[in-house]
Design a protein around this ligand. Structure first.
Ligand SMILES: Nc1ncnc2c1ncn2[C@@H]1O[C@H](COP(=O)(O)OP(=O)(O)OP(=O)(O)O)[C@@H](O)[C@H]1O
Ligand SMILES: [Mg+2]
Length: 255
């Protein structure tokens, strides 16, 4: 069974892409067949995995606007077992293009994935920091959502809006959508604030919050500029260890 997980939070810079890249890499290194779908016009996940965005002939844009099947878009990454559906800046126009479409515009991604879904154990979708049509396409195509929450002031702000969007998607487009888990990111355990915020998030989301917590770790912010995941950049770093723990927990929760 393929598990499709959207990594989402409309708040910017909370660790969605860092989590998408490193969780998908960790799962692949554990021996799973993994696909990372980049549905963010910033294309940070595409770049973070070392794909040159300027040489791409087809991207997710073509799947969403011209019904080009994923089989023609998927490319292998340097990580064995990890493939990617890349994005580039073209995607920025999709929200407006799709808003003209009358029916089925929320199901474009789901349709595009149908033919290739069974090739993978896990499909992760790196969402943009907005609750627009791209995000709705991701939630409609997914089994569950993984929500990264940055351990900073205002962390919980906007989560109500996100949860409402999830409920709305459930009722209109995707009954089976669940919350996969909540991930605490960029924790600086030397500060009271980080610890307080993580306690507050645990109080609210209870057992949905992963035991694995991602610390603030400079290596995690350096790796993308080399086009590397954290395991290839610095396998001994705290960042690598924490994402490896997360991957184990994700696998465990999925039996
Ligand atoms: N645990 C961490 N420790 C240190 N830096 C981190 C960590 N996680 C992410 N970063 C850095 O913080 C910035 C934001 O992270 P990231 O791009 O993953 O967030 P995002 O939610 O995908 O952002 P956006 O909303 O723009 O898509 C990046 O520069 C990233 O390298
Ligand atoms: Mg991102």
């Amino acid at each position: 069974m393929t598990k499709i997980i959207a990594i989402t939070n409309q708040k910017g810079g909370v660790g969605k892409t860092t989590t998408s890249v490193n969780l998908s890499s960790a799962l692949a290194y554990m021996g799973h067949k993994v696909l990372l779908v980049d549905i963010d016009p910033q294309a940070n996940a595409t770049q973070g995995l070392g794909v040159d965005r300027t040489t791409l002939e087809t991207t997710i844009y073509d799947a969403l606007t011209r019904n080009i099947p994923f089989s023609e878009i998927i490319i292998d990454t340097n990580v064995p077992g990890l493939s990617i559906v890349p994005a580039n800046i073209d995607l920025a126009g999709v929200e407006i293009e799709l808003s003209q479409v009358k029916t089925g515009r929320e199901q474009r991604l789901k349709k595009a994935m149908e033919g290739i879904k069974d090739r993978f154990d896990y499909i992760l979708i790196d969402c943009p920091p907005a609750l627009g049509l791209l995000n709705t396409n991701a939630l409609t195509a997914s089994d569950s959502v993984l929500i990264p929450v940055q351990c900073e002031y205002y962390a919980l702000e906007g989560l109500t809006q996100l949860l409402n969007t999830i409920l709305l998607t459930q009722s209109v487009f995707n009954e089976k959508l669940t919350i996969e888990g909540v991930l605490l990111t960029m924790l600086d355990s030397r500060t009271n604030l980080g610890v307080e915020v993580s306690q507050e998030v645990r109080k609210y989301f209870k057992e949905k919050v992963y035991d694995a917590v991602i610390p603030r770790n400079i290596k995690l912010s350096e790796a993308p500029s080399e086009g590397l995941n954290i395991f290839d950049y610095d396998a001994q770093s705290e960042g690598a260890k924490s994402y490896a723990r997360l991957a184990k927990e994700v696998v465990k929760r999925n039996g």
